[in-house]
Design a protein around this ligand. Sequence first.
Ligand code: ADP
Ligand code: MG
Length: 852
Amino acid sequence: MVKQTIQIFARVKPTSRKQPQGIYSVDEDEKSVAALEIILPRDLAEGFVNNKRESYKFKFQRIFDQESKQEDIFDIIAKPVAESVLSGYNGTIFAYGQTGSGKTFTITGGAERYSDRGIIPRTLSYIFEQLQKDSRKMYTTHISYLEIYNECGYDLLDPRHEASSLEDLPKVTILEDPDQNIHLKNLSLQQATTEEEALNLLFLGDTNRMIAETPMNQASTRSHCIFTVHISSKEPGSAIVRHAKLHLVDLAGSERVAKTGVGGQLLTEAKYINLSLHYLEQVIIALAEKHRSHIPYRNSMMTNVLRDSLGGNCMTTMIATLSLEKRNIDESISTCRFAQRVALIKNEAVLNEEIDPRLTIIRLKKEIQELKDELAIVTGEQRTEELTQVELDKLEEQIRSFLEDQDPESRLEVGSDMRKIHHCFHYLKKLLSERKIPEKSEPSPEIKDQDGEVPLKEEEFKKLRDILKQRDNEINILVNMLKKEKKKVQDMFNQQNTSRGGTRQSLSASPLSGGLDDSSKVSISSTSKLIRDGNSLDYRSAFHRRKTGKKEEMSLGRQEAFEIFKQDHADSITIEDNKQILRQRFSEAKALGESINEVRSKIGHLKEEINQRQMQRVALSITDNAVGDQELDPVEEKLRSKMEEEKKSYKKMFTHLKGLKVEIEHLQLLMEKAKVKLKKEFEVWWIEEAINLQKKSLPANSLRTPESRHQQQSQSHLANKSELISRKIMPSPPPPSRNQRSRCSNSSVEESDLISKKNPPPSPLPSRSFENKFNNPNVEESDLTPRSKVPSPPPPSRNQTYPPDSLYLEERVLGSPSPSIPFTGDSQTDNDILAFLKARQSLLQKKGLANN
Ligand code: ADP
Ligand code: MG
C-alpha cells in the first residue's frame, strides 16, 4: 500500500500581451516545495476590502512558469503516474482552472503542432512503449472516454455519436454494487492493442465532442471529460491478474459568479458556475477535515466517478492551470486556494490484484478429479455409472498416443478407475484384432495400406499418404542441401588450391550462423512493413475512415463557397502548414526507408562475407590438419565489427522511422480534426448568411426577434463581404439541417420566409423565372453545367470596395430588374461574368427553358 497526499502542481499559461511586471512571482528556493506569490495590483487591491493583504502565497510541488514545455509537464507530472499505473496502482491526473487557462492544452494538447501534444498522447506513447518492452507479462489495454455535462454522462466513443446530438444518446449511468464499487452502465470500453489505436480513440472522442457542441451548449467549457486507460496484466501461468486505471481528467472551467455589488466578499462568496465543481469542492473540504465520516460523493456524477481518485485507492495529481493576467487575479487566487485544500487529502493506493476466475475453475476441477480418484482408492468403492462419450474418447486418444510413443519406458496412466482400466483392455483387444491378418504378411503398416489390404478408413489413408509425401519432400530437400554443401566444400578446396581469392556464393542454405541476432531479424521484417506504411498514402486510421466514410456531397455552389470560406479561415492555415510538414515527414520517412534498405543489404553482404571466410577457414583447417581453427581471423574480426556498426546504425534509423510514423499519424489526425471543425463552422456560417440575406430583402418594419437582431449585429466584415460573394455566385441555400434548425428555432419568421423563397410562385417575367431556375437547388444538373465551366470570380480582397449602387449584370443582359448579380468593379471579371450570362441565357433559350 502506498500512502500519499494528492500532489499539486501549478502551470502558468503564457500571456499574449506584455503584462505589467509584478503580478506574480515564483519562488523555488525552498527544497522540494515551490511557492507562487500573487501580488494584487494596487487598483484591484482596494476592491478586496476585507482582505488586508496585498499578496497571496501558495505552495506547490512545483510551478511550471510560462515558458515550460509540454515535454517537461509530461516528464515531471505524468510519467511517474504512468509508471505506477503500469505497476498496478490506480492513477489520476486532473486539470483545474478557469476557462482559457490551459486545461485542455495541458491534458490533450494544442491543435496545431506535434510538439504541442499534451499529457494523453504522450502517456499513451509511453505506456505502449513500456508494454512492448516487458515480455514477462501479458497486458490488455482498454480505453473509455466519458463526458459529463449537466450531471449526465455521455460515452464519447459511442459509435452512434456522429449520427446524433448528445441528448439522443443513451446516458451513462452509475450503478453501485453491495461493496460500494462504482460501475458505469453504457460506457463502452474499447480495446486498444497499439498506441495508434488508442490515439485514434482519443481523436474520435474529441471530434465527437466537438460535433455535439452547439453555441447553446458550450460543452467544452461546461463539461468534464474523463479519458481512462484500463490496463490489466498477468504473468504467464499465474492466476493473478492486476488491474489499474489511469484517469486523465479535463474539468469544466472553474470560474465563479460573484455576488455583485458586495465589495470585499468577492472572493469568499463567489459561487461556481458549474454545479458539479461545487460538489467537488464540498467533497474536498470534507476530506480535508479530520474526523469527518460522511463524504458527500453521491451528490454528483463526477465525484461518484472520481471517488477513488479523491481520498481513495489512487495516486492522484492535480494541475492548477493559471492565466495570470490582471483581470483573472480573483479566479487565479480561487484556483490556488482550491489546490491548497486538495493537497491535504491523503490517498491510499493498493495493488488491485484479483484471481482470474477462469484459471481458478480449471484448477479446482482438476483438484476435484484427483480427490475423487483418491477417494475411490481409499474406500475401495468403484463407481458404477457408465463412462461418458467424452471420457471414452479421451481415453482412446490416450491409448493411441501411448501406442505411438517410441519410448519403451512410456506408461499409460488412467488412474485407479476400474471402468477405465476395463475399457483400456477392451480397446486394445479391438485394435489388435483389426490388425491381426495383415501383420502376419507385412510388419509395416505403411506398406500394407498401399496394397489396400488393411481396411483403413479413407481419410486415415489420405492422411498417411500426405505425411509420406511431406517426408519424401523433406528428404529430397535435405539430400539436395547436403549435395550442395559437399560441392561447396569441394569447390572451396579447388579454389584454395588454385588461387586464394574466391567468388561470392550464395550461402542461403548454410547452416553456419553468425548473422543478425533474432531480435534484429524481427525488426527487419517489421521495418519493411513500416516502410510500406510510410510510403503509401492510403495508410489510414480507423478514425480517418470513419470521417471520410460519411462524407456527404456538397452542391457545386456550396463547394465554391466552402473554398472561399476556407481561404479566410485561420484553421486552413494550420491545415496547410501541417500538410507541408506532413509532406516533409513523408519524404523523410521515404528517404529513411531507403537508407534502411541500403543498410540492410550491407548487413546482408557482410554476413555473406563472414560466412565465406568461415567456410574458407573450415576448408583450410581440413587441409592443414586442424591447425588454425582456434585462431582469430583478423579479417573476419574486422568484418564483424563493421557489421556491428551497421547494425547499430540500422537500429538507430529504425527507431527514428518509428518516431516519424507516430508523428505522421498524429499530424494526420490533427488535420482531420481541423477539417471537421472547419466544415462545421462553415455550415453555421452558411445558415447565418442565408438568414442575413433574407433579412436584407425583408421590409424595414418586419418582425425581428431579439436573437436574430443580435445575430445580424454580430456579423463581422468577413460575413458582409462573403455575403456579397454569395449573392454573386451562390445558389440559394438548402433548408437548414436538423441541428441547425433547432438553433434557429427562435427566428421562425426568417425561416418560413426562407422556405417560401425556395419555392417562389411562378412569375410571368422571363428574367424572374430565369433567376428562379438559377436559384432553385432542385434544378437538374444539366441546367447548371454551363455554370460549372465558368471559373468562379476570385474572392474580393479585403480592401476592395463595391460601388453601392452598382449596376446589376442580369439587368444589363436581360434588361430586367433582377438584383441577383452585381458588378464586381473589376472589368476583366465583369466581362467574364457577362459572357457567362449571355452564354447561359442563349443555352437556356435553345433548350426552351428561359420562358418556363
Ligand atoms: P481551457 O481548456 O482551460 O479552457 P485551453 O487549453 O483551451 O483552455 O487554452 C486556451 C487557449 O490558450 C488555447 O488556444 C490554447 O492553445 C492556449 N494555451 C493554453 N495553454 C498554453 C500554453 N501553455 N502554451 C501555449 N498556448 C497555450
Ligand atoms: Mg478546455
